[in-house]
Design a protein around this ligand. Sequence first.
Ligand code: EPZ
Length: 420
Amino acid sequence: MDKFVIKGGVRLNGEVTVSGAKNAVVAILPAIILSDGVCSISNVPQISDVNICIQILEHLGAKVSKLDDKYIIDATKIFKYEVPYELANRMRASYYFLGALLGKYKVAKVPRPGGCHLGDRPIDQHLHAFNVLGAHCDLVPGGDIYCKADRLVGSTIDFDLVSVGSTINAILASVRAEGTTIIENPAKEPHIVDLANFLNSMGANITGAGTDRIKVKGVSKLNGVDYSIIPDQIEAGTYMVAAAATKGDVLIKNVIPAHLEPMTLKLRNMGVHVEEFDDSVRVWVDSDTQLKSVDIKTRPYPGFPTDMQPQFAVLCTLANGDSNVTEGIWDNRFRYVDELRRMGADIKVTVKTASIKGNSKLLGAPVQACDLRAGAALILAGLVATGETSISEIQHIERGYERMDEKLRSLGANIVKKNS
Ligand code: EPZ
């Protein structure tokens, strides 16, 4: 298995370009099933979750061609409605094929999804949304979820809690339903808005995405369209933290600064300079600056994103003082802490909060990525640690970060990918 090997101590300097958003593209690719025409999608990140989505689409009967970062996809002649386990099990977003197949063909069979191990990850809210629209969903032998509907009729879906995936699946299943669907208590992440914009460009009638109430007026036809995926705000945030942690000076290009607000605010609180331009941000730290400690609590957007929690935890180990990071979304998103302790971090975890001692002198060590963002955090720790850090299980990282080693090397980092 491949690993990243990093020699720490380099201040990052230069420019890096952010790729398309993983959590937008893994919703938009399945949504192409809803179209009656051919779609071309650009700014697609070259990550393994995208490869899996493409393999699933081709398995279902879609025709896919690729030109650089653009995919041309004809899903108008799909003839299968079942997603195979060996593909679905490799990522969380495979369950979006439930909403898309149900929304177009009123039948779908998808294995319970895989993805990062962050604690309990139920799908009751997804199934609630499908049931409200008139679908019957059962867990059938083999661990698959089977959904079928004679008709999908618009109604009010009131979520018990804010859920990105459930909101996306509710939109996918209702966009071609009869009548109007109201989605109460939806998630408001940028990738929800990107999906709605994509579907509306095909001729859907979705209003309120990004607000506390989404209205979906069902339509009977959706045209093919050319569409570009929004930049990945979590990838951008990860490079912002990399610049801050190494006390470097980095221009991060192809971003939407408004999507970075929660991270920008916390970085500025810590004494990091963040200068915003139209589609880029410059992040730098004066060499004599002592980063200030900070308290963080992750919440649904526009709160501080849970997907930036591990990365900021690393930054907090370097601050002058103690910080508290509270995980408000997932039951178990501190599995990376043990790996940071191996590098000299002093962190105590009680249920939902990590109490992080500052002024740590991180030391290089062999560590293991346990999920996507935890792996990215270990890379950040390796960039600042004294000595060599080797990170194994990097397939987790490559699910959501395009060419992260190359991008960091272009900023001066001493990082290579080795086959272990
Ligand atoms: C999406 O996961 C993201 N994944 C996650 O990013 C992200 O951490 C999460 O949203 C929160 O922002 C993708 O978009 C592919 P949720 P999702 O439904 O949709 C509970 C990354 O690193 N819940 O918003 O699975 C759930 O247990 C990944 O890019 C239910 O109880 O998250 C959690 O506590 C990791 N029942 C909370 O809601 C349900 O039916 C939020 O989960 C669904 C969710």
